[in-house]
Design a protein around this ligand. Structure first.
Ligand SMILES: NC(=O)c1ccc[n+]([C@@H]2O[C@H](COP(=O)([O-])OP(=O)(O)OC[C@H]3O[C@@H](n4cnc5c(N)ncnc54)[C@H](OP(=O)(O)O)[C@@H]3O)[C@@H](O)[C@H]2O)c1
Length: 313
């Protein structure tokens, strides 16, 4: 069985590879793929197969995906290019005869109006049309979107946004990575079960089946987010309490927040996308209930308190 992780040179993908190794998937059965493979030389040194890929170069995808039983397609990072890039990856997975492709999509993709979501929705449609067995890992925000800003927030004494009193189900990259690894390795187990029939029914039910008893496979959708959703005012209060400094949440109209982001150096298209997403957060579009992340990783998700504490330490 071989598992390919794209985006493995990035933050989320590296965590997925580490998690697969921790789960006992042999290094030789894991392919870590990304553009700049110098970033994952340490994984190659540990026996992981490393392949350079570019979503814009199908030949590199064919090479990396050859013989892949499972692929995790981590969404690319160039907004505006991703429908074509993800389409190339899906086409390569079809050519490779891949048994299952998991894709990191966005929370509430069926209904969300976030501008950022359009490329994820198009990718999900391409997957449905591809004939591949697929799993959708729909992510809410990363907690690191906030914790990485802590030095700047403390300097300003405020966190700005357009989220009103909307609640976001943010979770750490590590928790999303653990969920992806659980899905990839349970799918591997699932195939092993079919070929060897050696696993007990207890292992089968806990490792292969979802909480609803449905096996991982075609069309399965997970809406993933942290156990406790919070407002941005609560983020500010948590940082303030732990840092021992006053920090307030400054709520701005979307247009004003866009101008603020541009004034601190963001390109206008990126500023518009981020402020628009905060508007979606205000409408509850990044809220995820149901506890599917917790169920997949088999433990409570990392709290805002613990994520802030880790960032400050
Ligand atoms: N939900 C959220 O809050 C949130 C926040 C940020 C990002 N995201 C999404 O989640 C993804 C993973 O997050 P992350 O933090 O791990 O991002 P990251 O550290 O920036 O990693 C992005 C990965 O995508 C790879 N990549 C980008 N363009 C590529 C291309 N044309 N061909 C092949 N590989 C390409 C990068 O390869 P190289 O590094 O080798 O170039 C890298 O491995 C992001 O790409 C983005 O779509 C979600």
């Amino acid at each position: 069985m071989s598992v390919v992780v794209t985006g493995a040179t990035g933050q989320l993908g590296r965590l997925v590879v580490e998690n697969l190794l921790q789960r006992g998937i042999p290094a030789r059965d894991i392919t870590a793929a990304g553009r700049d493979t110098t970033k994952i030389k340490d994984l190659a040194d540990r026996g992981v197969r490393v392949r350079a890929i570019d979503y814009d170069d199908p030949a590199t995808l064919d090479d990396a995906f050859r013989g892949a039983a499972r692929i995790l397609l981590i969404s690319a990072s160039e907004v505006g290019q991703r429908v074509r890039q993800h389409g190339n990856a899906i086409d390569a997975a079809v050519r490779a005869g891949t048994g299952l492709l998991a894709y990191t999509s966005i929370a509430n993709a069926d209904t969300t109006t976030l501008r950022l979501a359009a490329e994820h929705q198009a990718t999900e449609a391409a997957l449905r049309a591809s004939g591949l067995d697929y799993v959708l890992l729909r992510h809410s925000w990363y907690l690191e979107n906030y914790t990485a800003q802590i030095p700047a927030i403390l300097q300003q004494g405020s966190l700005a946004g357009s989220a009103g009193d909307g609640r976001v189900s943010a979770a750490t990259r590590a928790d999303y990575a653990a969920a992806a690894a659980a899905v990839l390795s349970s799918a591997v187990l699932s195939s092993a079960v079919l070929s060897s029939a050696v696993l007990s029914s207890a292992v089968l039910s806990s490792a292969v089946l979802g909480s609803d008893g449905q096996a991982d496979g075609a069309g399965r959708v997970y809406e993933l987010g942290g156990d406790q959703a919070f407002t941005l005012a609560e983020v500010a209060a948590e940082i303030s309490a732990q840092a021992g400094q006053p920090v307030s949440y400054r709520d701005l109209p979307v247009e004003e927040y866009t101008r603020l982001l541009v004034s601190v150096g963001l390109p206008e298209p990126a500023a518009e996308i981020i402020a628009d997403a905060d508007g979606g957060l205000a409408r509850g579009e990044l809220y995820v209930g149901g506890g599917q992340l917790r169920q997949l990783i088999g433990r409570p998700t990392t709290t805002l308190h613990d994520a802030v504490a880790a960032a400050l330490s």
